[in-house]
Design a protein around this ligand. Structure first.
Ligand SMILES: [Zn+2]
Length: 377
């Protein structure tokens, strides 16, 4: 999932995201809550209407930004008080208000408020933090169940010519077609996911998974990783946590990773990932290619007529030379950010396409081997 922090994947307009094949993107509740404010977004029918993006959206709970951007935050049983990074004003998120904000934003998948345990943390602190996240998960779920009908797009019929919808949703009767408009059936709403915490402790991860599953969510995220721990530790925690998560629900690993890492985690059984890396690195001239990472600002590319990545079929690599991309970056042209981001997103999306393809092939070969290995009659 590309990250569209403030209802925008930085420097790329929505029609190009569609062309790249982006199926879902992520918005940050913390940022949208502060600016433009959730009431503004609600009035436009939620993020879908506001940013004119008919495909899927996921919003986080705001918790991670509160924890990562705020040194002055204060956590109590009730929730977390924090200061705006924009103007220093004081704000408060409870599990209930974080879900209320996300209902107003109207993303398809929303997240329960959790406490991202800091790294390093001792066992006692990790356990207390995990218990708090579990109590918050229950409160998030309770509030969501009582208020999910308030999602803004319930009242907004959308023109069916402009917004193609998921055929499965139509078949399931969640969406019906009525004189040129899609109308949502009653009871069709967002999906609230739970988040597993437990720090770097395998036993606490197991307990967090089991008790979050008891609360029952349609999908589960693994949080509290990529917070400064060594990479092998991340992998170990992911692997151990996955063992305890149901295979028939989406499993979402938050905030990773490099192209190599997303392949690795998908191989372990992760279904969803989000990361600012492809877009943020692009703005700093760091480009992912099939031949490794390239820093386009380097003088060695000044006369280079080759495409950025000869194995990439994206609209940047089909058209422009490394020399041109290097010039745009050196001249601080806005287009440098646009083209670099387009390529990096394409590279990530292609990587995930290959992952899906090999999963399909793998399933076929497993199917074939089960056919061929059958004992002869
Ligand atoms: Zn490319």
């Amino acid at each position: 999932m590309p990250v569209g922090t403030a209802a925008s994947v930085k420097s790329v307009p929505q029609h190009l995201l569609e062309e790249l094949g982006v199926q879902i993107l992520l918005g940050n509740t913390y940022h949208l809550y502060l600016r433009p404010g959730v009431e503004t977004v609600r009035r436009f029918g939620g993020l879908h209407g506001f940013m004119a993006w008919p495909r899927a959206i996921l919003t986080d709970s705001g918790g991670f930004q509160v924890f990562s951007l705020n040194d002055l935050r204060k956590v109590t049983e009730e929730g977390v008080t924090f200061r705006s990074h924009l103007d220093g004003s004081s704000h408060f998120f409870s599990p209930e208000s974080a879900v209320a904000a996300q209902i107003a934003l109207g993303a398809d998948i929303i997240m329960a408020l959790d406490e991202c345990t800091e790294y390093p943390a001792d066992r006692r602190r990790t356990q207390a933090s995990m218990e708090l996240t579990l109590r918050w998960a229950e409160r998030s779920k309770k509030y969501f169940d009582e208020h999910k009908h308030e999602v803004p797009w319930q009242q907004y019929p959308v023109p069916s010519t402009e917004y193609p919808v998921n055929a499965a949703a139509v078949q399931a009767g969640a969406i019906t077609h009525n004189s040129g408009y899609w109308v949502l059936g009653t009871g069709y709403s967002q999906s609230l996911f739970g988040i597993i915490q437990g720090g770097m402790d395998l036993a606490l991860r197991k307990e967090s998974a089991e008790r979050t599953i008891e609360i029952e969510f349609p999908g589960y995220a693994i949080g509290g990783l990529s917070v400064g721990e060594p990479r092998p530790r991340t992998r170990e925690i992911v692997e151990a946590t996955l063992e305890h998560l149901p295979k028939d629900r989406p499993r979402y690993l938050m905030g990773v990773g490099t192209p190599e890492e997303i392949v690795e985690y998908a191989g372990l059984g992760i279904d969803m990932m989000d990361c600012v890396l492809p877009t943020r690195a692009a703005r700093h001239g760091l480009l992912f290619t099939s031949e490794g990472k390239i820093s386009i600002k380097q003088a060695r590319y000044a006369q280079d007529a080759e495409p950025l990545d000869p194995n990439c079929g994206c609209l940047v690599c089909r058209r422009y030379s490394r020399a041109y991309l290097r010039h745009l970056y050196a001249a601080n042209e806005v287009l440098a950010q646009v083209l670099n981001t387009l390529h990096n997103l394409s590279f990530y999306l292609d990587t995930m396409r290959r992952v899906r393809h090999s999963i399909q092939l793998g399933e076929e070969s497993r199917f074939l081997s089960s056919v061929w290995s059958r004992p002869k009659p």
